[in-house]
Design a protein around this ligand. Structure first.
Ligand SMILES: Nc1ncnc2c1ncn2[C@@H]1O[C@H](COP(=O)(O)OP(=O)(O)O)[C@@H](O)[C@H]1O
Ligand SMILES: [Mg+2]
Length: 263
């Protein structure tokens, strides 16, 4: 299916995600309830909303991690650059490379800083040392970590601080040349200084990538997002420019959430 709007990066069409119960007597959970939205290229979309509103489920649907759960039912469609990600011809490994993901807690391999980043490109068949060195350096530069680690690339990545490890995870995603980078509460385990560095990194990344940032911190959403979306109980309540959402929200529920009256 071809869509008319080419500055749209991800188009979500009437997406339903249900988790079926393990036991007959339990109710199914509708994690996404007929979600329709467009995510534009080179924007930072902040997604906010209380726990259990379907934010993580959406990110995992966009790179087809959701279907790894045995008990999940997915209906509707997601288009990436105007082509359905559920098309049988789609190579899921390639999709997950194009749509990178950074999780709440840094997942660092028990290897050197260099090897953490070179690992993915090597799997893709890049083995030439000079080429790998170039990728490692440019990815670390892009994640604003290069200056802090350039003298100790061959030391264990696990010796880095939490904030540095999170930026290493960002560098590792960048090394695979994604189009979209999704972040699921990337600073929830970090102190304010490390959080600030990640937020600076996000701003810079926007020029090259489309960013989706799920955050439980509404102030962070307001600081970082160019667009913002508010989710509640599996539904998109509203979406718009960050300025509009945070100063003139249309929905009472959005206003209540951003002013801290619930959630
Ligand atoms: N693997 C799963 N099995 C069953 N229910 C799940 C699973 N993952 C998420 N859910 C349920 O789906 C709903 C949405 O969850 P989630 O997408 O994690 O929301 P959020 O990230 O906004 O907190 C919640 O009610 C959650 O309990
Ligand atoms: Mg979540």
């Amino acid at each position: 299916m071809i869509s008319a709007n080419s500055s749209v990066c991800v188009e979500i069409r009437d997406l339903w995600v249900r988790y079926c119960p393990k036991n007959r007597w339990e109710k199914e959970t509708i994690a996404l309830n007929g979600l329709t939205m467009n995510i534009m290229k080179n924007e930072i979309l902040s997604i906010i909303g209380p726990a259990h509103s379907g934010k993580t489920t959406l990110l995992r649907a966009i790179n087809r991690l959701t279907e790894l759960h045995r008990n999940v039912k997915i209906q509707g469609d997601i288009l990436l650059n105007q082509a359905s990600i559920y098309d049988p011809q789609v190579n899921v490994v390639e999709l997950r490379r194009k749509v990178g993901m950074v999780f709440a807690r840094p997942v660092v391999l028990p290897k050197s800083i260099f090897e953490n980043i070179a690992y993915g490109p090597r799997l893709k068949g890049i083995h030439h040392p000079a080429e790998l060195e170039k990728i490692v350096e440019s990815s670390l530069q892009a994640a604003y970590l290069w200056n802090e680690v350039k003298d100790r690339l061959h030391q264990p990545a696990l010796a880095l601080s939490g904030g540095q490890q999170q930026r290493l995870c960002i560098a590792r995603v960048i090394a695979l040349q994604p189009e979209i980078i999704m972040f699921d509460e990337p600073t929830s385990a970090l102190d304010p200084i490390s959080t600030g560095k990640i937020e600076d990194t996000l701003h810079e990344l926007k020029t090259q990538y489309t960013i989706i940032l799920v955050t439980n911190n509404t102030k962070q959403a307001a600081r970082v997002g160019t667009q913002s979306a508010f989710f509640l109980m599996g539904k998109l309540i509203e979406m718009g420019s960050t300025e509009q959402i945070f100063t003139r929200p249309y929905a009472k529920k959005t206003e209540d959430y951003i002013t801290g009256r619930f959630g």
